[in-house]
Design a protein around this ligand. Sequence first.
Ligand code: ATP
Length: 229
Amino acid sequence: GFDSMEGDLRLENVSFRYPGKAEPILKNVSFHVSPGEKLAIMGATGSGKSTLLNLIPRIFEATEGKIYVSGVDVTEWSLKELRDTIGLVPQQSVLFTGSILENLAWGDAEAHVDELEEAAKKAQIHESIDLFPQKYDTRVGQQGVNLSGGQKQRLSIARALVRKPSLLILDDSTSALDVKTETALWDALEGEAATMLVVTQKIRTAQGAHTILLLDEGEVVGYGTHEEL
Ligand code: ATP
């Protein structure tokens, strides 16, 4: 287990309204994820899942309420340190024109090739990369190889793992993966980040989490294990 508060995530009565909008998108959201746990967030399209995730690394600021990462109010973290401790994989993976290696390192000049490969292995993308004639030097993006949706998702996950986040947040990042690949991925991620937050539309993915949170129109309408819900 984890001895410290590292990766602990707590939301207390969080509400959020986009600037200039009258309607709140999130209303009084509270939950707690202990280090080492995996929470799945489910809910209809537009229920506020991505918005909720974006509040944690302060891409948007909560309008009301408190968010604590590793026991510290996110507004008291330096933005850089907060974002370094959180690995957020967005719904639409963003790859830039460059090599696979550059995309994995993402401007981290200190990243070692073997660390990048290690992350790629955990994210179940190493074998695909190895099949390209130029391997990790293969160019992606415009004028590069066309990666499948699932390959892009796995590359984005690998990139997040490189930074060894204490809180890994996946926004529907495994939607394009087949059952076998996804199972291998979850096995590899076991113990990788202290805490995992996973938005998913798939019941099977949610079943692998300790707890499931159901959002409906910005409100928590369910919270418990798969059996309880
Ligand atoms: P999906 O499953 O389709 O990704 P979601 O549950 O992640 O949906 P959000 O993307 O968080 O939902 O959107 C929640 C609501 O907030 C929607 O009504 C959406 O139109 C609105 N919204 C999202 N981004 C913005 C923005 N930048 N400005 C204003 N409204 C926004």
